[in-house]
Design a protein around this ligand. Structure first.
Ligand SMILES: NC(=O)c1ccc[n+]([C@@H]2O[C@H](COP(=O)([O-])OP(=O)(O)OC[C@H]3O[C@@H](n4cnc5c(N)ncnc54)[C@H](OP(=O)(O)O)[C@@H]3O)[C@@H](O)[C@H]2O)c1
Ligand SMILES: *[C@@H]1O[C@H](CO)[C@@H](O)[C@H](O)[C@H]1NC(C)=O
Ligand SMILES: *[C@@H]1O[C@H](CO)[C@@H](O)[C@H](O)[C@H]1NC(C)=O
Length: 322
């Protein structure tokens, strides 16, 4: 072998080694340390056919929970069902169709669930989409799926959660909410958080929808005071999942080497969701936002009482709740 070749291999080896150590020390993040068992408890995880939702479902099923996989595609959902059952060695896993981009589907899912299941102990609002477009009801796609669908779902299941308390609602947001803003004028005129389809506009609207997740949780906690239901929002980390599936091929190619070293895998990405769902003693932190399994401070705009209330009332109208 030539010297050049040996040097080259040495350097590649070092980069991979450093990357590996870096990944384990820094990227991986904290783990959920709860050893809670969930026999006799029922949980719903939305968007659990892939990504961190699927890993969350596997973990909860392993702990003995009855897990409802609430996914939009029957085909993808049923493949995931077999996988979750096998990996968790549990038979208490069910697929129920739910398309968060359809208010009708959300209502059908809730009716079906309330009729066929006795309990609800944990609602994990995990599904998310990074894609422009309109929902069946003419709402902006990211506003409709990431926020309104979960808003309606949570409200339709709230009575059941209250009867089963202590129970929790966990909503997966993103650190991207920091760049978000809520343009109420645009919401009223376009039923969307923003318009435009360029890369930056798409990222902006995604961030806006994630700010909705945080404000929703803030207001929900207030409305749940005096009940045994608590709620949390969170950033799961930067994760190597399917979220960028609809991004341009150039961006995906550029992201690939970065995601390998700097992004969490989906199992690591599920840890903060699990922490919010399971950790004992965080009930006093209802309404707060977590990241890396730790409660975090929010910028004023993400805990703005007036904006949160306004968004709630607008969401009631856009979801047909009132
Ligand atoms: N990946 C990251 O770096 C990152 C960072 C911050 C926050 N998050 C958040 O983490 C959550 C999970 O994302 P992920 O990274 O695991 O992405 P993912 O692999 O793309 O999974 C997203 C899930 O949401 C489902 N979904 C999309 N639209 C839906 C709809 N209309 N109805 C029902 N389900 C729908 C998808 O179902 P289909 O397979 O049928 O499309 C899929 O199961 C999202 O809320 C995301 O915003 C992710
Ligand atoms: C998570 O927190 C741990 C310990 O507090 C820290 O070592 C690690 O770098 C953090 N990781 C991320 C991704 O924030
Ligand atoms: C988004 O990506 C998925 C998976 O690659 C594909 O099936 C779907 O058609 C894409 N949607 C759009 C609107 O590009």
């Amino acid at each position: 072998m030539s010297d050049m070749m040996s040097y080259f291999l040495l350097i590649v080896g070092c980069v991979i080694g450093i990357g590996y150590i870096f990944h384990n020390l820094v990227v991986k993040g904290n783990r959920c340390t709860s050893t809670a068992k969930l026999h006799g408890k029922t949980v719903i995880v939305t968007g659990s056919n892939t990504g961190i939702g699927k890993k969350t479902a596997i973990n909860l099923a392993t702990r003995g929970a009855r897990v409802i996989l609430a996914c939009r595609s029957q085909q993808r959902g049923e493949i995931a069902l077999a996988e979750v059952m096998e990996e968790s060695r549990s038979k208490e896993v069910v697929f129920m169709q739910l398309d968060l981009g359809s208010l009708k589907s959300v209502r059908t899912f809730a009716e079906n669930f309330l009729k066929t299941e006795d309990r609800l102990d944990l609602l994990i609002n995990n599904a998310g989409i990074l894609l422009q477009g309109k929902t069946e009801d003419g709402l902006g796609m990211m506003f409709g799926v990431n926020h309104i669908g979960h808003f309606l779902l949570t409200n339709l299941l709230l009575e059941r959660l209250k009867t089963c308390g202590p129970s929790r609602v966990v909503t997966v947001s993103s650190v991207g909410h920091n760049f978000g803003k809520i343009d109420f004028k645009c919401l009223n005129t376009h039923k969307a958080l923003g318009t435009g389809t360029s890369f930056w506009q798409t990222m902006q609207i995604y961030s806006d929808s994630k700010l909705c997740n945080v404000l929703f949780t803030h207001e929900l906690a207030k409305r749940l005071q005096g009940t045994k239901v608590t709620c949390y929002s969170l950033h799961p980390g930067a994760i190597n999942s399917e979220l960028s599936r609809n991004s341009s091929n150039v961006l995906k190619a550029l992201l690939k080497p970065i995601t390998a070293f700097f992004f969490k895998n989906t199992e690591q990405g599920a840890q903060t969701t699990l922490h919010c769902a399971l950790q004992d003693g965080i009930e006093g932190l209802s309404g707060r936002y977590f990241s890396n399994c730790t409660v975090r401070d929010l910028y004023p705009k993400a805990k703005d009482d007036v904006a949160a209330k306004k968004l709630w009332e607008l969401s009631e109208r856009h979801s047909g709740l009132v």
